[in-house]
Design a protein around this ligand. Sequence first.
Ligand SMILES: C[S@@+](CC[C@H](N)C(=O)[O-])C[C@H]1O[C@@H](n2cnc3c(N)ncnc32)[C@H](O)[C@@H]1O
Ligand code: SF4
Length: 209
Amino acid sequence: MNEYKFGDGLHIELTSRCRLSCPNCERTRFKGEYKIRDLHLELVFRLVANPKFKKIMLSGTLGDPIYYPHFPEVVKKIKQSGKELRIATNGSGKKLEWWEEIFNLLDSRDTVCFGLDGLQDTAHLYRVNTSFIEVFEAMKLGAAINRAVIEWQFIPFNFNQHQIEEAKQLAKEYGIKFAIIKSGRFRPDDPLLPDIEWLPEPLKQKMMN
Ligand SMILES: C[S@@+](CC[C@H](N)C(=O)[O-])C[C@H]1O[C@@H](n2cnc3c(N)ncnc32)[C@H](O)[C@@H]1O
Ligand code: SF4
């Protein structure tokens, strides 16, 4: 999923908030069995200040970091500490002005990874409640500002497998890095499993293992 070595990297899950309901995400599957919580800002600042950690990843398992109420302050603190940052998000629900502020805090060592699985007619089929246009506009803005690396993370499903090439071309056109990942969250009989013949060669091998 990413190149973080956990020796000098720290993954912080800021919040269990998210506005999407992806069906195979634990936060959707176990809805009602966990609380919506945010880490205390003081604790986050203390973790960020720890000199042992050179790289910070803001992602999560039960949540999406951009919905943390103090997200811009955390990004500011990480960059003031001179650390490398990777953000993994579904990217939805934020205005372009909000993104502009975030992108302008980042530099070339940082990555913002947007999870967007499809194009305008399909992206919402797994990422329930996302808007392709909204997320794509945020990615385009990030690429135009050209400070951090903007990554489009695309998970192949049977409803978007025919769009992989088109999405890859679209990303190239706007200077967005394109990454296809294998989902480890499929059940063997999952109705959303992609057909192996649509997948790029390295992913075919992974899917068969
Ligand atoms: C739980 S998410 C948290 C970050 C953010 N909410 C998101 O979905 O991108 C953590 C990582 O899981 C990935 N992910 C989301 N759905 C997935 C799926 N069905 N299979 C595999 N990985 C998935 C995301 O792309 C992200 O890199
Ligand atoms: S966007 Fe991420 S955290 Fe939110 S429901 Fe989907 S996978 Fe889970």
